[in-house]
Design a protein around this ligand. Sequence first.
Ligand code: UD1
Length: 420
Amino acid sequence: MDKIVIEGGFPLNGEIAISGAKNSAIKLMAVCLLTDQPIKLTNMPRLRDTRSMAGLLEHLGVQVDAGEGDEMLLNAETLSSTTAPYDLVRKMRASFNVLGPLIARNGSAKVSLPGGCAIGARPVDLHLKAMESFGVKIKLEEGYVIAAANGGLKGAEITFPFISVGATEHALLTAVLAKGETVLNNAAREPEIIDLANCLNAMGAKIFGAGRSQITITGVSKLSGVNHAVVPDRIEAGTYALAAATAGGSVRLTNIRSDHLGSLWPLIAQAGAKVSLDETTVLIERGGGRLKAVDMETQAYPGFPTDLQAQFMAMMCLADGTSIIRENIFENRFMHCPELSRMGADIDVRGREAIVRGVKELKGAPVMATDLRASASLIAAGLAASGETHVGRVYHLDRGFERIEVKLGNCGARIRREKE
Ligand code: UD1
């Protein structure tokens, strides 16, 4: 197993090109199941999660050509299986989203209930309710969802009781080939939803209103192939922006959509870093002097993303004053707090709130990555800390950050990967 070793206390200076969004890429890959024609995705990140999804699609009979560079070709002309086994689905929760497309393509499917990050219960009840609204009969047997739509998929009006990114995407992927009209109320509005809808519409789907709370889909009988560029990764961009503000220095991020992080930039500025934006780049600059404490709470988009909560907390660990950080999306997403405390942070967790009293200095320590985004917060803390930090269980990080040690190393970070 690998670990990342960081010699901290050096500012970051340089430029980082942001990759395509992991969370979009894996759902876009599932799109191939909806057509017998080839799909070409560009601006694809090279990650463990995209490889996991490719492995699952190959198991179903899809030809996957990941080639070199940032392209991926997918061809589901014929499928050899409609069963997604536990061993493949447990690696990544989002792979559960093949259920709807498989039913749309084949009339039935058997998909394992997912595993994924250990950040709270993360059930799939909303996904299953949406499937039932489309006329799918569902049985749960030995950890598997066995689903069939004998009369075909039928459009439905679905009102989500609360916002779910995954369930909204799953409903979209299923409704595009359902008969008649579907209306999704209280839909998620994340940029990844718009990306998915844009891709599906370019294939001939009729989706209206993606990016708003109400999405209307008129089912079509067939979808064609497509050539689609994945939206830039706002979480990767936010992670490096926060790392630059935490460690200090001057970092320009390119290939971003700065409007997708409208909730982050004012908070970084309030914390004391200079933020200079245009549409596709941002420059984060911070010289000497202490950061200032700022409160933050996570919300569904366009609110502050839960996937940047841990990285924001790492920054607040070094701020002057007390910051209250509230996690509204997941009930158990503070597992990075004890690890940050090992580096000298002063954090009290009370239910959904973390009270972070800024300290003057963090000190390098051996720490353990507990989930994908938490690992990034430990790296940011390590960059700002004095001495050496060893981040173990790096496989979490490799799920969602492309060559993080190379990208940070190019900005002067003293960071390396070692065998544990
Ligand atoms: C996606 C993102 C993840 C991000 C999250 C919230 C991907 C691959 N992952 O996850 O990085 O942190 O959105 O922005 O895109 N819930 C239920 N029942 C369900 C579905 C969800 O109770 O059927 C709950 C979850 O436990 C959670 C909340 O709803 O508390 C939001 O989850 P959701 O938006 O669905 O997250 P994901 O799509 O899993």
